[in-house]
Design a protein around this ligand. Sequence first.
Ligand SMILES: Cc1cc2nc3c(=O)[nH]c(=O)nc-3n(C[C@H](O)[C@H](O)[C@H](O)COP(=O)(O)O)c2cc1C
Length: 165
Amino acid sequence: MDTFECISTKFEVREFNEKQVPSEIRMKILEAARLTGSGLNTQHWRFIVIEDKERLKKLAYDSISGKWVIDANFAIIILTNPKYSFHLIDAGRVLQNMQMAAWNYGVGSGLYTKIDESKLKSDFGIPNDLTPSVIMGFGYPAKNFKNKTKDRLPIDKLVYHEKYA
Ligand SMILES: Cc1cc2nc3c(=O)[nH]c(=O)nc-3n(C[C@H](O)[C@H](O)[C@H](O)COP(=O)(O)O)c2cc1C
């Protein structure tokens, strides 16, 4: 799959089947994270991988907008350091690279940001200087996305040339 095909066919996946994601693919997804560039190359991010079913339940319980993570094959909490003003840009870049790497192998993923932060921090031993910016769930999609079209604005509503409007 080339990069553009990956971007244009990838959907957010929140329903997963039971099939196990092989550990080599999980490692590729993590390698995609490791290789991502961060602001000033600080690499302040850290990743907690969760695959234990009971801990996935806990993750879902601590979530506000990602209860679906309970059925993921595995999840990743992306931690970033808020002392860097660009830390959320870094979180966005690294999550997108992980999503693209996963999709390239037929693995779906979804993300969520609304959580009970203090509970999540205590349940997963997250230190005070790091923020759980994004949580991602991964697994093989329960549904086929082949005929789905993207609900996106047309280019002429989005892009201006030389100046705005
Ligand atoms: C910054 C950001 C926050 C998001 N938060 C959530 C969330 O809390 N829960 C969720 O299920 N999806 C969340 N999403 C996923 C979006 O709903 C998804 O990207 C959008 O609906 C497009 O999905 P599609 O690519 O399948 O069309 C978030 C996406 C982004 C970029």
